[in-house]
Design a protein around this ligand. Sequence first.
Ligand SMILES: Nc1ncnc2c1ncn2[C@@H]1O[C@H](COP(=O)(O)OP(=O)(O)OP(=O)(O)O)[C@@H](O)[C@H]1O
Ligand SMILES: [Mg+2]
Length: 291
Amino acid sequence: MEKDSENLADLFNMSDLPDEAFQPYWENIVVDEEKKKKLLNYCTMIPNLKGPQLVRNSIYGLVLLNGPSGSGKTSLLKGCANKAAEQTFQKKGQKTKYLEVDISRLFSEFLGKTMKVIAEAFRTVRLAACYHPVILQLDEIESLGMERSSLGVGDPTDVLRSVNVFLNELDRLRPCKGTLILATTNLETVIDCALLDRVDLKLHLDNPTKEAAYHILTKSAEELEQELNVRIPKSLLKEIVQELYPKKSDRTFSGRDISRLLVLSMTMNGHYRICAADVKKAIQILKEALN
Ligand SMILES: Nc1ncnc2c1ncn2[C@@H]1O[C@H](COP(=O)(O)OP(=O)(O)OP(=O)(O)O)[C@@H](O)[C@H]1O
Ligand SMILES: [Mg+2]
């Protein structure tokens, strides 16, 4: 029993926002500005509106970001949660409770108890919502909301029941003012349609465009210079982008790949500096990993 509550404690990671440590998420993520704006507007307005009956009957307070792995979904939501909390704090002097649930561990470590864990997570949110605005972040939501018709006889009934419990809990949380659920997936096709139907705002993030990649590289170059005094000329960053996106190729790279490229290049020579040849080697490694 004690072991269970210990595990639950690190399954639900509750903290206070705004938090300075979360600030870079919003600033460093390079995605379409329109999407960022839509997301932030939703996250700042909806929790305040959830009280009135008109809104309560139409809005779930559920956002879903979908897109390939490493496109920045989790980072963008964390950044947005912090930004929305900042605005609430400025207006009302109120901290926002931020609860992250590690869904990937639900079925591996809590099989047979998943329904209890889901109900507990939502109970925690409802309780906290009596005193604070609350943001619940659920990454990889597909494991919690799997399309029920696709579940076969071999699947544990726990999985099927958990989807039902999850949907019910979403319905129960719906009228609670000041609550928001931010979810991500890179497997939208396996998500139950009843869950998708409850999503108010769905945004797709793609791998960065060539221009966005240049932006991400510029930001990581600035960080490398500030933190390690490694200088990377702008001309080299431009060369890197040309090398990554040659004219006749439509291959894209994830934001994750691009954001680690310069550090990876630095490790090619074992010194705190980067030259064109190092970058070429790192890009080669990156491309081979994708083939
Ligand atoms: N568009 C982007 N701009 C800047 N950095 C990015 C971008 N996309 C990804 N990154 C960086 O890549 C790393 C991984 O991003 P993140 O975890 O947010 O991706 P994700 O879409 O949630 O991936 P997954 O689906 O695998 O969980 C982070 O360090 C993040 O800063
Ligand atoms: Mg993620």
